[in-house]
Design a protein around this ligand. Structure first.
Ligand SMILES: NC(=O)c1ccc[n+]([C@@H]2O[C@H](COP(=O)([O-])OP(=O)(O)OC[C@H]3O[C@@H](n4cnc5c(N)ncnc54)[C@H](O)[C@@H]3O)[C@@H](O)[C@H]2O)c1
Length: 252
């Protein structure tokens, strides 16, 4: 699908990987709509990008808030890029006792249920489009993590949430195939975003050095470049793509 003139809804679009996708969409002549909780960063990015870019505040895990957010978009939606997500590391059992269930629930709620909430509403909006000459109405991209496959100690909840995104990629692509809507998932390795920016420089360096090649953190624009290829390459569908420099995470 050609991005020129198309509207892309980007959850988590105020920061990191989502913000890089918003920039990519604007550079390709599309209109990014960033849905995020971070109002300050989202509004600043929308003002910087121009081209009708807007920020809409909503919690991806809230059904009603996301329905309202999608109704406010104001133009046909052809692209959904889902990046909103949170991380929290906690062992299943620690000296303090078993992991509180609400910690597990919160991560599943935002990362997994939040992803599906965005997917269902983006798919509905995209289904209203006239198909292009190739029969395509639009495309949805999700963000999992390599933790879906090689989750580390403390990542039971995070890995489960990302594994859920991996698991639903094919069935959702199959569900939406009759509508001409493609669905793919990117599973990033370690990327240099505000999520990691809070770590000390030596920790960031050592994380990057664990990557076989290139031995560094991924850049958000490399994630956005893959998102662009997924949008533009009609044959890519129902797939989960690792973007990780051959990194396989150790237990810790
Ligand atoms: N950075 C990495 O190394 C890495 C690796 C693997 C996967 N990921 C995944 O990539 C995605 C983006 O991460 P990032 O590194 O850009 O992090 P980030 O913290 O820079 O961006 C995430 C954005 O999501 C927003 N968000 C969080 N909860 C939300 C909610 N309930 N509703 C709406 N918005 C919400 C935040 O406000 C933030 O702007 C996440 O799903 C993360 O799990 C990141």
């Amino acid at each position: 699908m050609n991005i020129q003139g198309k509207t892309a809804v980007i959850t988590g679009g105020a920061s990191g990987l989502g913000a890089a996708c918003a920039r990519m969409i604007a550079e390709a002549g599309g209109r990014p709509v960033m849905i995020d909780l971070n109002e300050e960063a989202g509004k600043a990015l929308a003002a910087e990008l121009g081209r009708g870019a807007v920020f809409v505040k909503a919690d991806v895990s809230d059904a009603a808030a996301m329905e309202t957010a999608m109704k406010s978009v104001g133009s046909p939606v052809h692209i959904g890029i889902n990046c909103a997500g949170i991380g929290q590391s906690m062992r299943t059992v620690s000296k303090e006792g078993p992991m509180p269930l609400d910690v597990y629930e919160r991560i599943i709620r935002v990362n997994l249920i939040g992803h599906f909430n965005a997917i269902r509403l983006e798919a509905w909006a995209i289904s209203q489009n006239e198909p292009d000459p190739a029969g395509e109405r639009g495309v949805i991209i999700n963000t999992a993590s390599i933790a879906a496959f090689d989750g580390q100690i403390g990542q039971a909840a995070y890995s489960a949430s990302k594994g859920g995104i991996v698991g639903m990629t094919l069935p959702v692509a199959r569900d939406l195939s009759r509508l001409g809507i493609r669905v793919n998932t990117i599973a990033p390795g370690i990327f240099d975003t505000p999520l990691l920016g809070r770590l000390p420089e030596d920790v960031r360096q050592s994380l990057g050095a664990q990557v076989p090649f290139p031995p560094r953190l991924g850049q958000p624009n490399e994630f956005a470049a893959l998102a662009r290829q997924i949008i533009e390459n009609t044959m890519l569908n129902g797939e989960v793509i690792r973007l990780d420099g051959a990194l396989r995470m150790a237990p810790k």
